[in-house]
Unconditional design. Structure first.
Length: 262
């Protein structure tokens, strides 16, 4: 696949690539991760959709921002720049974790650009958003943090069966400034009072055993977004879309097929 670039409002290069044919589907990764986040499952979607995977600023092949800084609202505007560069007026959007927070702002502030909206393992932030416990956050600090993060993403049985590279544990190419920027953007996300403005058909997916983003966030999103559908994947942790790929991808594909761009 070939990397392409769009220009954000502040001139920062936003890298992306396009795989597949059909209605456009934007794929948005989690905090401090590049578009490689989607590699293990992307073919599930590119078989039916024109998938557009984006490197948020500070990750992958995208640049680091200037005065615009880091925020989930800014990330959403950068996605609009990618759509403009491709000449795509409207696309489906699937965002997971912090990518789901970005997707919320796309649906709120750029409603005309969003077809079907899929929010995975994410939070509305603000007054109703739930965060990981102090114990969970502490586990990510220090030399054992990588192993702890792996355990938050996947069940022990899945880890035991799948030796090799993990795509959801962070982008090693990021600068410390970018990592801090992403953390603050995710922690500062607050769409709580704005989600009533979402008009896109919406699917919310979440693992029942997600300690990184507690499952109550999924229920809160469904309460805030009119008509939103909820799918809870029993036993899944944060990276439900990879470990429970067969179920999760099928749910997303069925939902998007019921809501074509028209």
């Amino acid at each position: 696949m070939t990397t392409e670039t769009a220009r954000a409002e502040d001139g920062t290069a936003i890298a992306f690539d396009v795989v597949g044919d059909g209605e456009p589907l934007v794929l948005l990764a989690g905090q401090a991760n590049s578009r490689r986040w989607w590699d293990p499952v992307r073919e599930d979607f590119s078989a039916s959709f024109r998938t557009i995977a984006v490197d948020a600023v500070g990750t992958g092949e995208s640049g680091e921002p200037g005065a615009g800084g880091y925020s989930t609202r800014r990330f959403a505007r950068d996605v609009v720049a990618v759509l403009d560069a491709l000449g795509v007026g409207r696309a489906h959007v699937y965002g997971t974790s912090m990518g789901g927070k970005t997707a919320q702002w796309l649906a709120v502030e750029h409603a005309g650009r969003v077809g079907g909206l899929v929010l995975g393992c994410t939070s509305p932030g603000g007054a109703g958003g739930l965060v990981a416990t102090r114990e969970v956050r502490r586990s990510l600090l220090g030399p054992g943090g990588g192993r702890a993060l792996l355990g938050l993403m996947f069940t022990p049985a899945f880890v035991e069966r799948h030796r090799g590279r993990w795509h959801v544990l962070g982008d090693d190419s990021m600068s410390n400034v970018a990592k801090v920027g992403h953390r603050r953007a995710s922690e500062g996300h607050d769409a709580w009072d704005s989600l009533g403005a979402v008009t896109a058909p919406t699917l919310v997916l979440h693992g029942t055993e997600d300690l990184f983003s507690p499952v109550g966030n999924a229920r809160a999103l469904v309460e805030r977004v009119a008509g939103a559908e909820l799918v809870l994947i029993e036993g899944a942790r944060h990276a439900y879309f990879e470990e429970f790929r067969e179920r999760a991808s099928a749910e997303v594909l069925e939902f998007l097929r019921r809501h074509p761009l028209g």
